[in-house]
Design a protein around this ligand. Structure first.
Ligand code: GDD
Ligand code: MN
Length: 370
């Protein structure tokens, strides 16, 4: 039985959900059972799942006031749902866990007890501590998470080197201490914890407990390529001392893929369609710009994603936006060459940087209306 002083603490448990209707009853029931010693609140942050989650939890909250639901229209993503949960929680201590049965309520309560008895600011449920087990993760996911954890460790303050799972979706924290930082977390994708730790600059006292990470009860994972991409961008943003904007980093990497597309397209046109270099070049440039546009639409500007006829209109705008700097590029590179230095490389880099800034600023504004 937990210490008697625990009954004075208010505890909020945040469950982000996207199509988890079938998993919710079992988890809520277990949380009630295990949390009976606490003044408890269960806060469900649902991204308009349309599988009956809202009605189900609404009825539950009428029967039992310890349950609350926040319904968000559209899908804004896991990290922002987590943030919304913490900002709306009323507990002294707030726990976050997945709502699909992968995190065991019993582990969450162990993390809570551990935080209270050792006075930690944050306790992470880790899938990679020695006593943890990860039945619910494929080999590929274990590999991916371990790699992400490795890079995360390198990019975060040394105080956090003892942490074994920066990617975890299960952790417990003291709200008063953490709220000023939580409110600053601004991230897409899944990696709320990583971003949060980066912002705290090593100032939190962090412990870990092992998780028994189980297979999902029902439904499928929502982690996809765009989530992995967001994490990569998040890492580079941290490595740039949080100076370069995330979208600009994403836009730049997409630009690099465009270089590859252009080189390959020129080659194919010349080799297989027997075009001359001058004939092949415009086709290759347009192919690269189109591919950049589509990838940016799917990843960099995902929250503003264009579809249907707007996708086509957006492409025309993007090509228009991208055609201006061709002139600027040549003009600036020539001016740099004539006035500053007769070094071809520096002259071209000067031209390219102007192209990048123009393309990023103008297409953010005119194509995706940000
Ligand atoms: N509100 C909301 N909005 N909830 C979401 C969204 C979203 O866009 N996407 C996912 N969720 C909820 C799910 O309903 C589930 O309760 C929880 O977030 C985790 O989502 P899963 O789709 O089951 O993630 P996973 O099991 O593949 O990933 C797990 O491991 C990752 C690290 O490898 C989770 O624990 C992640 O949090 C963790 O980062
Ligand atoms: Mn899951």
């Amino acid at each position: 039985m937990p210490d008697i002083s625990i009954s004075n603490l208010r505890l909020s448990i945040v469950l982000p959900t996207f199509r988890e209707r079938e998993n919710i009853p079992q988890i809520v029931e277990q949380l009630f059972k295990l949390g009976s010693y606490y003044e408890l609140e269960i806060l469900i942050i649902d991204d308009d799942s349309r599988d009956g989650t809202f009605d189900f939890v609404k009825n539950l909250s009428i029967e039992d006031h310890r349950v609350r639901i926040i319904r968000r229209v559209g899908r804004s993503g896991l990290a922002s749902a987590i943030k919304e949960g913490f900002l709306n929680a009323t507990g002294d201590i707030v726990a976050l866990m997945d709502a699909d049965g992968q995190h065991q309520p019993v582990d969450v309560f162990k993390a809570i007890d551990y935080l209270i008895s050792n006075n930690y600011d944050l306790v992470i449920g880790s899938r990679f501590l020695e006593r943890a087990n990860i039945l619910g993760l494929s080999q590929r996911r274990v590999g991916g998470s371990s790699m992400a954890n490795y890079v995360a460790k390198l990019s975060l303050p040394k105080n956090y080197n003892h942490i074994t799972d920066y990617m975890s979706g299960c952790f417990v924290l003291r709200l008063n201490k953490c709220l000023p930082i939580i409110y600053k977390v601004d991230v897409n994708g899944f990696k709320f914890l990583y971003e949060f730790l980066a912002l705290t600059k090593g100032r939190l006292w962090v412990g870990e407990v092992p998780l028994s990470f189980q297979p999902r009860l029902h439904g499928t994972s929502k982690l996809d390529i765009s989530i992995v991409w967001d994490f990569m961008i998040s890492l580079l943003h941290t490595l740039s001392c949080r100076i370069l904007p995330r979208r600009a980093i994403s836009f730049a990497i997409v630009g690099l893929t465009g270089v590859g597309v252009q080189l390959v397209a020129t080659n194919i046109m010349m080799r297989f369609f027997l075009l001359t270099f001058k004939e092949a070049l415009p086709i290759a440039v347009i192919s690269a710009a189109t591919s950049n546009y589509l990838i940016n639409n799917a990843l960099t500007f995902r929250s503003k994603r264009l579809a249907g006829i707007s996708l086509l209109k957006g492409l025309l705008k993007f090509l228009l936006v991208a055609s201006f700097p061709v002139i600027a590029n040549v003009g600036l590179a020539t001016a740099f060459y004539n006035i500053v230095s007769e070094n071809e490389t520096w002259a071209q880099l000067a031209g390219i940087s102007i192209v990048f800034i123009w393309n990023y600023v103008a297409s953010s504004r005119f194509v995706w209306n940000t």
